[in-house]
Every structure is written in structure tokens, then in C-alpha cells.
Design a protein around this ligand. Sequence first.
Ligand code: IPD
Ligand code: CA
Ligand code: CA
Length: 276
Amino acid sequence: MTVIESPTPLPIDLDARYMLAREIAQQAGERALQMFRNRAALEVEHKGLQDFVSIADREVEGIVRTAVSEAFPADAFLGEESAAGASATLSSERVVWVVDPIDGTSCFLNGLYAWCVSIGILVDGEPLIGVVFDPNSGDLFHAARGRGAFVGETPLSASPACDVREGLVGVGFSHRLKPEAFMPFLVRLLGDGGMFIRNGSGALMLAYVAAGRLIGYYEPHINSWDCLAGIVLVREAGGTVNDFLANGGLLRGNPIIAAGRALYPALTALIDGRAD
Ligand code: IPD
Ligand code: CA
Ligand code: CA
């Protein structure tokens, strides 16, 4: 009997994808910025409680999706605005681009500056590339596994803080959950002398954790397109992140906990309501 050996999988060109992710985050961000400056003309739809969408989100996702499919037609794509049609087989694809065209839509629509384009790339189920572009500040946060995290050309390091009193903890909450799933954590954080900040863009706040601007970030439920790029950024900046992709996190979302390595155990203890 002839044994047919399974072919060795082709190598993935990470460099080309890393470069493209940075280019299209900036192109898409520039288009989003034009629409932000003319936002009075945008028609806004409700997706759910405190959850909005406009043509800007859809058009910017289209720009990213088209650029990816032209350059890498075999790569899979998971974008917030088209996620409803995502197939459960996505997690077994070799390369998946995980994209939020505008993270911080409420800020965007209300004339606030905390929004960004977020592009993460999973290869064989592992988050390997993360790019977050903030068109208002011009900050391009980017990281690739094993190569460090940067804003522009400047290397990033997560905070060395080991106590919540040493800085600001970013938080996120959406009405996908009941407030009770979140408020006890805030009570404990403040009770321990910590302080929180919520700017409305989980992706941007994770980039700030990588940059050491925030000492940590917690949200009890976040979607993969909000955080996949940020996960790579924080890890490459020397920080720690929970196993977000466990139990179907790619399609269903999960809690996210990210912090400098020294603070991470204390932050998880506060979230769980344990003494550290
Ligand atoms: C939201 C933001 C927010 C986070 C929510 C997300 P959107 O994304 O990242 O900070 O708390 O969980 O849904 O709707 O602005 O793209
Ligand atoms: Ca988002
Ligand atoms: Ca979004």
C-alpha cells in the first residue's frame, strides 16, 4: 500500500503581513479621520444598548478587507462589522485577520478622540501580529511575536508597577453583561487605593498598557476584534495577558486582563475577590 505523507504546510510570510497590517491601519485610519471630521453627515444605527454603527465603520472595514484579500486571498478575515456571518471553522484557518475598523465608535460619533483602527493576526491559532493606529495622535502601535512592541520606532515596555496605587487601571464595560458582573471589582480597586479610567476604546487602552501609560486593563467581556492586537502588544512589551482565546474566545469573546508582569497577580486577585 502506498502511504501518502501529508504535505508539509507552506511557510507563512509574516514579514509581508506585518508590513501590510501597518500600511492598511494607517490608510484606513486616515479615511476614518476624514469621516470623523465630517461626522454630522453620518447616519447612525443602533446595534444594541449603547452600541452604535455608522457607514464609517462599514466603509473602513471594507478598506481593510479588500486590501487583505488582494494581497493574501487565502487568509481568513474576522471583522466586527461582518462578524455575524463568521463561520465556526474560522479558528481552524491557518491565518486569520481579526479587525475592528473603528474601536471606540461611541467616542467617534460623539466627537471624542479615543478611537482607533485595530488589526490582529492569528497564525495557527496564535496571536502573532498586532497593530493599533490612532489617527488623532498619529500613534502607530505595532508588535510581532518575538520582535518587541513599538510606537512608531520607539520600543515599548509595560509598567513595572506592583501595586494598584502606583498608576491608572484601564477598565471597560459594555451592556452585553449585567453591571453586577463588574461593579464589585471597581469597589475593590478603589478600596485598595487604585484608580480607574475608561476612555471607550479597549484596543487603545491595551496599547496604553503596552506603552506603560496604564498599569493594567480589565474588562469582564470583550470581543476578539477589540483586543487581539492589544494582546500581542502587551505581551511583546513584557506584560502579561490572560488566555483570552480559551473556550471559543475568538468568536464568543471572553474577559480580558492585561498588566505589567509584576502587577498581574494582584490585579487578578482583585478581579476574583481574593486576598493576594
Ligand atoms: C467597544 C470598545 C469599548 C469596550 C467594548 C467594545 P466599539 O468597541 O472597545 O471600550 O468596552 O467592549 O465593544 O463598539 O467601540 O467598537
Ligand atoms: Ca470594538
Ligand atoms: Ca468597532
